[in-house]
Design a protein around this ligand. Structure first.
Ligand code: HEC
Length: 302
């Protein structure tokens, strides 16, 4: 199934000769409005059908991301990361900004999307949208979110978060994997929010006194895992280095999707238990993995 999506999106990316150049829909004299964005119907995770331009864009500031619920690499981390951004935005969500996650996989029905959103603890002001495949592809193209596969997006959708102030017709492209504080600050500045937004932060830089492994854990794992504070999207990793063999953990962190696909019993039962979200392949190197495991071991001992 994934391969089909990849092929389909690659074809689309080729057809869509960079409609939007770097930075998204910008560079034209007129704002990107009703003439530019399709007003196709899309359905929310609660089964409500809305018009893409009239109901979701017109007059609003938005942050838009493509995803699909069975994604094996970056999308789950992106969603988990944006949940943190959503928390930082607080009551601005659904008032000053709207988040849209658009499902590119035709199998993702509103029901699947709702389960997915619930799993991540998504709050108000954030819609998970699905629609007819051709309509979704058109939206993606117009947003500049379909482009050829790069190292990070093995499935052919651009791992970008498009942030737009629709009335002004200004857009910017962000990485949804950035540090949430940094992302929240960048978006707030772009939209010209004064004070009450998140405080400026330089948290994107590795803080002093933090080891590389600790930093990796915070930036790549902590959106889904705790050590000793209970299950989140994924299992609590307290004591994981004693309950699993080192070799298994190393392989699992390197290619969780393979281990699962091979029918490994541990991966299978974990996946059954933590339904809807998979442990993503985060493209970790052997050294990073060794460092992370030592870090988890040390934290579990405390
Ligand atoms: C988007 C959420 C997400 C992120 C990010 C994530 N994981 Fe996971 N992880 C999961 C889920 C969900 C599972 C359970 C297995 C499944 O459903 O595929 C899991 C399982 C695991 C397991 C197996 C646990 C056990 O009990 O055997 C380990 C170890 C693990 N993750 C470590 C990590 C590390 C280290 C990172 C960061 C480099 C990380 N994970 C990032 C969601 C995530």
């Amino acid at each position: 199934m994934i391969r089909t999506i990849r092929r389909r999106w690659r074809a689309l990316a080729l057809a869509a000769a960079a409609a939007l150049c770097a930075g998204g829909p910008s560079g034209a004299a007129t704002p990107w409005g009703a003439d530019y964005f399709p007003n196709v119907p899309v359905t929310t995770q609660d089964g409500k059908t809305l018009r893409f331009y009239d109901d979701l864009l017109k007059g609003k500031s938005v942050a838009i991301l493509l995803f699909y619920t069975s994604c094996k690499d970056v999308c789950p981390l992106e969603t988990a990361n944006l949940v943190k951004v959503q928390k930082l935005f607080g009551e601005r969500m659904g008032r000053d900004i709207f988040f849209y996650s658009i499902a590119i996989d035709p199998w993702d029905t509103p029901k699947e999307n709702r389960k997915y959103a619930e799993k991540f603890g998504v709050g108000p002001g954030w819609l998970f949208l699905s629609g007819k495949e051709a309509d979704i592809q058109l939206i993606a193209r117009k947003l500049g979110l379909s482009r050829s596969i790069d190292a990070q997006t093995k499935d052919g959708h651009a791992a970008s978060l498009m942030v737009g102030n629709v009335p002004k017709g200004t857009w910017m492209r962000n990485s949804p994997m950035d540090n949430p504080q940094f992302l929240a600050t960048t978006i707030a500045n772009f939209l010209g929010w004064k004070r009450s937004g998140p405080a400026p932060s330089y948290a994107a830089a590795r803080p002093l006194g933090v080891t590389k492994s600790q930093y990796l854990f915070q930036s790549r794992c902590s959106a889904c895992h705790t050590v000793g504070e209970g299950d989140r999207v994924g299992p609590d990793l307290m004591g994981v280095t004693s309950r699993r063999e080192r070799g298994w953990l190393t392989r699992y962190l390197k290619e969780p999707e393979r281990v699962l696909a091979e029918g490994d019993p541990i991966a299978t039962s974990l996946f059954a238990k933590y339904k809807q979200v998979r442990m993503p392949n985060l493209d970790l190197g052997t050294e990073d993995i060794a460092g992370l495991l030592s870090y988890l071991e040390a934290r579990s001992r405390k």
